[in-house]
Design a protein around this ligand. Structure first.
Ligand code: ASP
Length: 407
């Protein structure tokens, strides 16, 4: 493998892992599963180990350096505009596809009553969700760092970055410390990436080999619709937006982004992928560290096109199962709650499933219905996480382009 570049090694690892996983599907040898679990977890643990200090240092120095250049307002505005635009497009695609292909037609909720009996939903209204979300934004930074609470880390780091700039030249050592901290983290990531082909292969092998296929047959159409539209959003819509906004070629982007996309696919976690996302944006795509350091961590928790698309499509799917025709007004409510749900979902595996409950409840659909979606979620999570991460990288390129335009 060593003659191949890292990208080639990772691609080969994906192919081999999926092939072997399929070969032993349903009856994987114990020791292979144990080894895959061990290596996969080690890879994710290593990424998580550098993720928190990296994100913290990246945001503090990012904000501090942006303020120095008086560009902070443009960065904020462009970032939020980009996040909002792409999320609305994703939700619209999800809703339209479910309306058009009707993956729930011919199926009904009673068919899944067994699965639903084993599930108890945690009821949470939109207001409760919002309160909880807001409550989690500001907290003791040491607690947030220890718990790996990205949202709270981002907000504290933003405050600290602003404080450093407002203090003018009074804290140069502190700023230099964070800058050096970021450099050291990037160095460690380049070591961890040597393990990436093995880690990614192990995670995918375990995922494919242990999938529970019992509910697949009846859900095939839904899975195809969701996967097809998510891939469409990731391969057509986002690259097209990138091209229109910045003139960058989609193939160039995909080549530079490959490591991060495959890591997101294998880990199903935007958070765990973040060190690789930052590496791809700053080193492969030459986005300035202060821009990537701001857009990527914020996007990892707030910008989730794949999750938004999935939740919108799934809500309509459940409505079809329940035999309910959602009015246009109700679809708008789904649209809105989905956007909030995707924003509030942390970048960890299956987080979208938790916030999905809220989307269903917003239009009176049975929250227990997510029990039907749970068995297939780990598979669908792979593609939607890759698209979530792709959105963050494209966002960084768009913001960088905007800054260059006005410079
Ligand atoms: N796994 C996704 C992510 O980390 C979130 C989700 O479950 O949709 O981006």
């Amino acid at each position: 493998m060593s003659k191949l570049g890292l990208n080639g090694q990772i691609l080969l690892a994906v192919l081999m892992a999926v092939t072997f996983g399929l070969l032993v599907q349903g009856r994987p040898p114990e020791h292979a599963l144990y080894a895959a679990g061990l290596i996969g977890t080690l890879f994710i643990d290593l990424l998580k180990m550098v993720m928190i200090p990296l994100v913290f240092c990246a945001i503090v120095t990012g904000i501090a350096n942006l303020r120095r250049h008086r560009q902070v307002t443009v960065v904020w505005k462009t970032t939020l505009l980009f996040f909002a635009t792409t999320t609305v497009i994703a939700v619209t695609i999800g809703l339209t596809a479910s309306q058009l292909f009707k993956p729930g037609a011919g199926l009904h909720l009673e068919m899944f009553s067994h699965a639903m009996q084993q599930f108890e939903s945690r009821q949470m209204s939109l207001l409760e969700f919002f309160t909880q979300f807001l409550h989690g934004v500001f907290m003791n930074p040491f607690k947030a760092l220890a718990e790996g609470n990205i949202l709270a880390i981002v907000s504290y780091a933003v405050c600290l970055g602003i404080a450093l700039v407002m203090g003018a030249e009074r804290y140069p050592q502190l700023l230099a410390l964070f800058e050096e901290g970021m450099g050291v983290c990037m160095q460690m990531i380049s070591w961890i990436m040597r393990l990436a082909p093995w880690g990614i292969a192990a995670l995918l092998f375990k995922l494919v080999a242990t999938q529970d296929l019992s509910l697949f047959a009846s859900l095939t159409k839904f899975m195809l619709v969701v996967t097809g539209t998510t891939v469409f959003h990731g391969m057509v819509v986002l690259p097209l937006l990138l091209f229109l906004w910045t003139g960058k070629h989609p193939l160039w982007f995909l080549r530079q982004a490959r490591e991060a996309l495959l890591t997101a696919f294998a880990t199903s976690s935007s958070n765990a992928t973040m060190p690789v996302t930052l590496r791809c944006t700053t080193q492969n795509m030459q986005v300035k560290p202060e821009i990537a350091g701001f857009v990527v961590p914020l996007g990892a928790t707030m910008n989730m096109d794949g999750t938004a698309l999935y939740e919108a499509a799934a809500a309509l799917f459940v409505a079809q199962l329940a035999g309910i025709d959602l009015s246009l007004g109700q679809q708008l409510v789904v649209c809105l709650t989905t956007m909030i749900a995707a924003m509030g979902a942390p970048g960890i595996p299956s987080a979208g499933m938790v916030t999905m409950v809220m989307v269903l409840q917003s239009v009176g659909l049975p929250a227990e219905a997510i029990a039907i979606l749970l068995p297939i979620d780990r598979l669908l999570d792979t593609v939607r996480t890759a698209v979530n991460v792709e959105g963050d990288m494209i966002g960084s390129l768009v913001v960088q382009h905007r800054i260059e335009q006005i410079a």
